[in-house]
Design a protein around this ligand. Structure first.
Ligand code: NI
Length: 161
């Protein structure tokens, strides 16, 4: 399993719902954790490892949280700004506006549905990862001309690395 990088087309696809939580899905999710940690990420979505399926993992300080077929149930009206980066676009960061709190429902590794209310950094990471399942990158949430500038910077860095 390896990371794929922008502009890989899988990052732009709407990922497919998981029909059942098979051993393959569980293995993929558990394999994503060390890959994410090695890359110093706090969240990783299946399209970022080339799998166009609707699941992601988030790991802050505690145990990893696994989200399969996640759906947003509610988002706060209040928004906030925080600097984001992405393992699919290494080397660039930008401040992104997002709702401060979300309620999400999903299926866990055991195939059981759960609902989670999150705020702060966790809410931020969840929204970023959920975007990946819809082919959306954090740069899409920036206004022009910043969006073009930052992608240009990324492509330059990529060309020289
Ligand atoms: Ni990302």
């Amino acid at each position: 399993m390896d990371l794929v990088f922008y502009p890989h087309e899988v990052l732009r696809q709407r990922a497919t719902p998981v029909e059942s939580v098979t051993p393959e899905i569980r293995d993929a999710l558990q394999e994503m954790v060390p890959l994410m940690e090695r890359s110093r990420g706090v969240g990783l979505a299946a399209p970022q490892v080339g799998l166009s399926q609707r699941f992601f993992v988030v790991k802050l300080q505690d145990d990893p949280l696994y989200f399969i077929n996640p759906e947003l149930v509610a988002t706060s009206h209040e928004t906030g700004v925080y600097e984001e980066g992405c393992l699919s676009l290494p080397g660039i960061w930008a401040e992104v506006v997002r709702p401060l709190a979300v309620t999400i429902q999903a299926i866990n590794l055991k195939g059981r549905p759960f609902q989670l209310k999150a705020d702060g950094f966790l809410a931020r990471v969840i929204q970023h990862e959920l975007d990946h399942l819809n082919g959306v990158l954090f740069t899409d949430r920036l206004d022009e001309p910043l969006r073009s500038q930052i992608l240009e910077l990324y492509m330059k860095k990529r060309a020289t690395s």
